[in-house]
Design a protein around this ligand. Structure first.
Ligand code: NAP
Ligand code: MG
Length: 401
C-alpha cells in the first residue's frame, strides 16, 4: 500500500503520563501505517521541559507560528506535588498558557457527538462550541497575601509619569489582593476569531460577561465586541442568516441549559475554562471534547481538552490494565492533518482525516468502546476494551472502510 505523502511538517508536541502512552500507540496503529508522517517533534514531557528550562515549550510555539499547524498531547502543569515527583528546578508554567500567550489565539472546544452517548441535558440536540479567550485575566495575575492592616491601592503610571490611583481596600486585618489585566488588542483578536469562526461554521455566536458588576473591566469586553460587530460583521452575519447575541454571564448559563445547542458560546478566559468542563462532562466524557487554538493570523494548534489522565497512568505503571479513551487525542491528530491537507492542497490527507474520524465513531457505534463510555452509553451488548485494544479496533474499522 502506498502511504499518503505530506508536504509541510506538522509541529508535534509530545506530552505526559497516560496521554503520552496513547500518543505512541495512535501514531503506530493509526497514522504511520497510512501516512508518510512528517512532523517536527518537540518533547513537552515534563522531564524534558525541566531539562531545557522550559525552552522547548517556547521553541514549539515558535515552530507553530512558522509552520501554521500543530498537534499537542496533554501535558502536566506542575504543582507542589509535581515538584517532588519530578525533582523540578522550578514550578514551570502551564505549557498551554505559554503557547496561548505566544499565539494570542482563541480556543474553540466542541463535544464529539456519537450515537449511543446522549448528552445528559436532554434538549442539547447539537454540539455547543465553546470559545475561550486565551489571554490574561486570572491566568496572568499578580497576587499579594496581605499580612495585616494597611491600604491597598491600584496604581497606573503612564510613560509620561502621570498616575491614576484608586484605593482597593483599607484593610483592618489580614486579607488578599489580586491584580489582573487584559489588552484591547487581545480582546479585539478574540472578538474577530469568534465572529470569523461563527461565519465559517454558520452558527450563532453568544457572548456574556458580568458587565453590570464590573463596569469598566467586563464592560470593555462587551463594548469591543459590539463595536467590531457593528463595523465589520453585521452585514456578513445577516447574509449568513446567523446572529450575534450578548447577555449577562448568569443569564447565559441559565439559557444554555434550556437551549438546543448548535451555537458558539464565547467566554472570557475563566468562564471558558469552567464552562467547557461542564459542557464536556454533560456530553458524556471529558475524553469526548476537542480543542483547537486559532490565532488571528490563522495558525492552528489541535489538542484534546482533557489532561494527562494521571490516575490511569499510575495504574498503568503498576502493570494494571487501563481503559483510557483516546478519541479526543485521535481527533486532535485528524483535525491537524485535515488542516495541513487544506493548506497544502493534499486531498488524500483530508480524506484520510475524515476516514479516521468516521472509523473512530463507527467503532463506538458498533458497541466497542472504553470504560468511561460504556458506563454512560444507551447501547446494549457493549464490549469494553482496554486502552490499546480500543485503538486496534479503530484500526480494524479504518482498514475496512
Ligand atoms: P484529567 O487528566 O483530565 O483527568 C481527570 C479524570 O477525568 C480522570 O481521572 C478520568 O476519570 C477522566 N478522564 C479524563 N480524560 C479521560 C480519558 N481520556 N479517558 C478516560 N477518562 C478520562 O485531569 P487530572 O487527572 O486532574 O489532571 C492530570 C494532569 O493533566 C494534571 O497534571 C494537569 O495539570 C494536566 N492537564 C493538562 C491539560 C492539557 O494539557 N491540556 C488539561 C487539563 C489538565 P476516572 O479517573 O474517574 O476514570
Ligand atoms: Mg479546565
Amino acid at each position: 500500500m502506498t502511504k499518503i505523502q505530506m508536504k509541510t511538517p506538522l509541529v508535534e508536541m509530545d506530552g505526559d503520563e497516560m496521554t503520552r502512552v496513547l500518543w505512541r500507540i495512535i501514531k503506530d496503529e493509526l497514522l504511520i501505517p497510512f501516512i508518510d508522517l512528517k512532523t517536527e517533534y518537540y518533547d513537552l514531557g515534563l522531564e524534558y521541559r525541566n531539562e531545557t528550562d522550559d525552552q522547548v515549550t517556547i521553541d514549539s510555539a515558535e515552530a507553530t507560528k512558522k509552520y501554521g499547524v500543530a498537534v499537542k498531547c496533554a501535558t502536566i502543569t506542575p504543582n507542589a506535588a509535581r515538584m517532588t515527583e519530578y525533582d523540578l528546578k522550578e514550578m514551570w508554567k502551564s505549557p498551554n498558557g505559554t503557547i496561548r500567550a505566544a499565539l494570542d489565539g482563541t480556543v474553540f472546544r466542541a463535544p464529539i457527538q456519537v450515537k449511543g452517548i446522549e448528552p445528559c441535558v436532554k434538549n442539547w440536540e447539537k454540539p455547543i462550541t465553546l470559545a475561550r479567550h486565551a489571554y490574561g485575566d486570572v491566568y496572568k495575575n499578580t497576587e499579594i497575601k496581605v499580612p495585616g492592616a494597611g491600604k491597598a491601592e491600584l496604581v497606573f503610571t503612564a510613560e509620561d509619569g502621570t498616575e491614576i490611583r484608586k484605593t482597593i481596600m483599607d484593610f483592618d486585618g489580614p486579607g488578599i489582593i489580586q491584580g489582573i489585566h487584559n489588552k484591547d488588542k487581545s480582546i479585539e483578536s478574540f472578538a474577530r476569531s469568534c465572529f470569523n469562526y461563527a461565519l465559517d461554521t454558520k452558527q450563532d455566536l453568544w457572548f456574556a460577561t458580568k458587565d453590570t458588576i464590573s463596569k469598566v473591566y467586563d464592560h470593555t469586553f462587551k463594548d469591543i465586541f459590539a463595536d467590531i460587530f457593528e463595523s465589520e460583521y453585521k452585514g456578513k452575519f445577516e447574509s449568513a442568516g446567523i446572529e450575534y447575541f450578548y447577555t449577562l454571564i448568569d443569564d447565559a448559563v441559565a439559557r444554555v441549559m434550556k437551549a438546543k445547542g448548535g451555537f458558539i458560546w464565547a467566554c472570557k478566559n475563566y468562564d471558558g475554562d469552567v464552562m467547557s468542563d461542564m459542557v464536556s462532562s454533560a456530553c458524556g466524557s471529558l475524553a469526548m471534547m476537542t480543542s483547537v487554538l486559532v490565532s488571528p493570523s490563522g495558525v492552528y494548534e489541535y489538542e484534546a481538552a482533557h489532561g494527562t489522565v494521571q490516575r490511569h497512568y499510575y495504574k498503568h505503571l503498576k502493570g494494571e490494565e487501563t481503559s483510557t479513551n483516546s478519541v479526543a487525542t485521535i481527533f486532535a491528530w485528524s483535525g491537524a492533518l485535515r488542516k495541513r491537507g487544506e493548506l497544502d492542497e493534499i486531498p488524500e490527507l483530508i480524506e484520510f482525516a475524515d476516514k479516521l474520524e468516521k472509523a473512530t465513531l463507527s467503532t463506538i457505534e458498533s458497541g466497542k468502546m472504553t470504560k468511561d463510555l460504556a458506563l454512560i452509553t444507551s447501547l446494549e451488548d457493549v464490549i469494553v476494551l482496554n486502552s490499546e485494544n480500543f485503538i486496534k479496533a479503530i484500526r480494524e474499522t479504518l482498514e475496512s472502510l
